[in-house]
Design a protein around this ligand. Structure first.
Ligand code: SF4
Ligand code: SF4
Length: 407
């Protein structure tokens, strides 16, 4: 029987070197393209998530709290894409922080919501489109303030330039006497279309990076259900999140529902009014009991209650479990939503008065600031989290080769 050829250590080394050189110099074969996978080093925040996930993977106490932990049990190592996916799957409900026996001051220093929040904020900037505008996330408080000031100035000056005054004889709610319909449609249409495009490009980059797999109807239905009901703000036991301490509360889930569905109703009001205008030739102002005004009023009230509640909870929340650097972004977005709702309701109340031009200019300025900052602020969390929920729903339906988790 032929014995394997044995080489001394230097001979082995030089043989390996020759082999490597030969591979490097070999002409690329067109028939066998090689795929080069670039391995990017983890950032400090990503390293921290990976470290904490290794501890959690050994502990598993929080497995039933949310989708993050079952997804974690499918992995033994955590690469960049895994960390980005898990960070966006976390709802920052706080349950695992308040339940954790290894949370600070323990030496392990496990604080999953804070570690996830830091990476999450970084992913918004990393996947932003155009990439240069990703920096706006990092100075979002300033961005929102400037956008608000610019929006208000734009519409107040426009109203003054067109009419010479912000005070006028009552116009029976005829907004178009102040700003023509086509002017408003062109300005808001352009800004909103850009916001949608920027968000779509950003989330597509995220989606590709996390290698999602094919989304079937059951996975889509589950993800939609989880997103629309905010399943994971129930703390995993149905009693809700933690805010300032260990007590559970459903307040955040309820205020979030008010905000989200209030926003959708306001959007529906605009969509119905657009349909009335273009499809039926029914022009504003609409009666108080018409569909656009009813939808806008109910939506505005819900949005006011929801955003005021979220702001109140945000101010009371245990700061240790979030990312302090993102507070201006969180609060700036909630404040813009609240201002949008309040200025819209004030406009409705004062539409038959001589202050309509000023009220309309303020409302349009706030809405313009909201639309312009949608792709570079807190609104992005809804888009990225929905994508992460869809990946989670897809992944659950794929075979788990490790078989260490409960899903
Ligand atoms: S957060 Fe703490 S308690 Fe929960 S799984 Fe991780 S280490 Fe365990
Ligand atoms: S904070 Fe809540 S959603 Fe985030 S990992 Fe912990 S339990 Fe899950």
């Amino acid at each position: 029987m032929k014995q394997p050829e044995t080489l001394s250590a230097p001979a082995t080394l030089s043989a390996l070197t020759r082999e490597a050189q030969a591979l490097a110099q070999a002409p690329a074969e067109a028939s066998a393209p090689r795929r080069v996978i670039r391995v990017l080093p983890l950032t400090e925040n990503e390293e921290e998530v990976a470290r904490q996930m290794q501890i959690c993977n050994a502990c598993r106490y929080c497995e039933g709290f949310c989708a993050v932990f079952p997804a974690m049990t499918r992995r033994l190592e955590f690469g960049k894409a895994d960390i980005h996916y898990l960070a966006n799957l976390c709802h920052n409900c706080g349950a695992c922080y308040h339940a954790c026996q290894y949370a600070p001051p323990h030496d392990f220093g496990v604080n999953v919501p804070q570690a996830m929040a830091r990476v999450r904020g970084q992913t918004y900037a990393d996947y932003a489109w155009p990439p240069a505008l990703g920096a706006l996330y990092k100075r979002n408080g300033l961005t929102v303030a400037l956008a608000l000031a610019a929006g208000l100035a734009l519409f107040l000056l426009l109203a003054l330039a067109r009419h010479g005054t912000l005070w006028h004889a009552p116009l029976a709610g005829d907004f178009y006497a102040i700003f023509p319909h086509n002017l408003m449609a062109a300005m808001f249409g352009a800004v909103f279309a850009f916001a949608l495009l920027a968000l779509a490009f950003g989330v597509t980059r995220f989606w590709r990076s996390v290698s999602p797999g094919r989304a079937g109807a059951p996975a889509l239905a589950e993800a939609a259900h989880d997103a629309f009901t905010l399943t994971y703000l129930d703390g995993g036991h149905g009693e809700g999140c933690n805010e300032e301490d260990d007590r559970f509360t459903l307040a955040r889930r309820r205020f979030h529902h008010c905000t989200f569905y209030g926003f959708l109703l306001c959007f529906a009001a605009t969509a119905v009014a657009t349909l009335y205008h273009y499809a039926f030739g029914w022009h504003a102002p609409y009666a108080y009991l018409s569909a656009p005004v009813l939808l806008g009023t109910i939506g505005g009230v819900a949005l006011s209650i929801g955003s005021a509640g979220l702001l109140w909870l945000n101010l009371r929340r245990d700061p240790a479990r979030g990312d302090a650097a993102q507070r201006p972004m969180d609060r700036g977005f909630i404040a813009l939503l609240l201002l949008t709702a309040l200025s819209g309701l004030a406009l409705l109340a004062g539409r038959d008065s001589g202050a309509m031009a000023a009220l309309l200019a303020v409302h349009l300025g706030v809405v313009m600031a909201l639309f312009a900052t949608l792709p570079y602020g807190k609104f992005a969390h809804g888009i990225y989290r929905s994508a992460a929920l869809l990946k989670s729903a897809i992944e659950k339906r794929q075979p788990d080769t490790l078989k260490l988790g409960s899903d």
